[in-house]
Design a protein around this ligand. Structure first.
Ligand code: SF4
Ligand code: SF4
Length: 214
C-alpha cells in the first residue's frame, strides 16, 4: 500500500517519525513510532535486496488500487490508538473534514476509509500491513490483489524486522518481558489481537473528529 510511497520508491533511507512532546505525554506513542520505523527499515532493506537482483518496485506516488482491492488488512490494537491520536491531534481541519463522511458512512466490508482521491490521508501513520505491502515490476490492475494473483511479485517482509516491529508494540498489551513477547509472536497470539481494517467501526472516530473539526 504505497500510496504516496515514496521513500522506498526513491530509495531514500527511512527515518523515524518524531513527536517529542506527544511522546512524553503518551507512553504508548514511542512504541508505535519505533515499530513503524523498524518496519520501514525492513521494507527498505527488502526492496534493496530485490532491486539488487534486477527487480523494479512498481509502487509509486498516487498508486492506490491496493488500498481499495484489499479486504482483510490487519490492524493491531496499538495502531487503532495511534490512528485515533493522529487523526484527532495531527490532521488539519481540511483533512479532518475530508475523513468525516468516509468514516461515518463506512460499513463492514467497505474499502479503507482513509483513501481520498488516490492518497492516504493518514500516510505517515499508515498501518504496518500497509507499510509492508510492496509489489515489483508490474503495477496492480484495478481490483487486483497481487497477493493472490501473483504472490511472487509481492515483497515478503524480512522476518526479523517484521517480528521486531510487532514485538515493539507488545508492551502496550501488557507483555513486558522479552520472553513473553517472543512467545506471543512465535505462537501467533499477536495476530489474534488484530482487527480487520475494513470491519472496524470507524464511525466512532468520525464522532470524535466531528467534535474537533470546526
Ligand atoms: S503497485 Fe500495487 S501494491 Fe504498489 S502501490 Fe500500486 S496498487 Fe499498491
Ligand atoms: S490506511 Fe488505507 S489508504 Fe492508507 S495506505 Fe493503508 S489501505 Fe491505503
Amino acid at each position: 500500500m504505497n500510496v504516496q510511497k515514496l521513500q522506498q520508491n526513491s530509495y531514500a533511507s527511512p527515518s523515524r517519525l518524531s513527536f517529542p512532546f506527544d511522546e512524553i505525554k503518551n507512553a504508548w506513542l514511542p512504541l508505535l513510532l519505533d515499530a513503524y520505523y523498524i518496519a520501514d527499515q525492513g521494507v527498505f532493506e527488502g526492496i534493496r535486496r530485490q532491486t539488487a537482483k534486477g527487480r523494479t518496485l512498481a509502487c509509486s506516488k498516487w498508486c492506490s488500487h491496493c488500498c481499495s482491492s484489499h479486504t482483510t488488512i490487519p490492524v493491531y490494537p496499538l495502531e487503532v490508538v495511534g490512528v485515533y491520536w493522529y487523526a484527532i491531534e495531527k490532521l488539519d481541519i481540511t483533512q479532518k473534514k475530508i475523513l468525516l463522511d468516509p468514516l461515518r458512512n463506512h460499513v463492514s466490508g467497505d474499502p479503507c476509509p482513509f483513501l481520498n482521491q488516490g492518497a492516504c490521508v493518514i500516510h505517515p501513520m499508515r498501518f504496518l500491513a500497509c507499510r509492508h505491502f510492496n509489489v515489483f515490476d508490474t503495477v496492480c490492475a484495478e481490483n487486483e490483489d497481487a497477493f493472490f494473483t501473483r504472490r511472487e511479485d509481492v515483497l515478503t517482509p524480512i522476518k526479523k524486522y517484521k517480528n521486531d516491529a510487532l514485538s515493539k508494540m507488545l508492551p502496550f498489551l501488557g507483555l513486558k518481558t522479552k520472553a513473553q513477547r517472543k512467545e506471543a509472536i512465535k505462537t501467533g497470539w499477536i495476530h489474534q489481537q488484530a482487527q480487520v481494517l475494513q470491519e472496524i467501526e470507524w464511525s466512532k472516530l468520525a464522532d470524535r473528529l466531528s467534535s474537533v473539526a470546526h
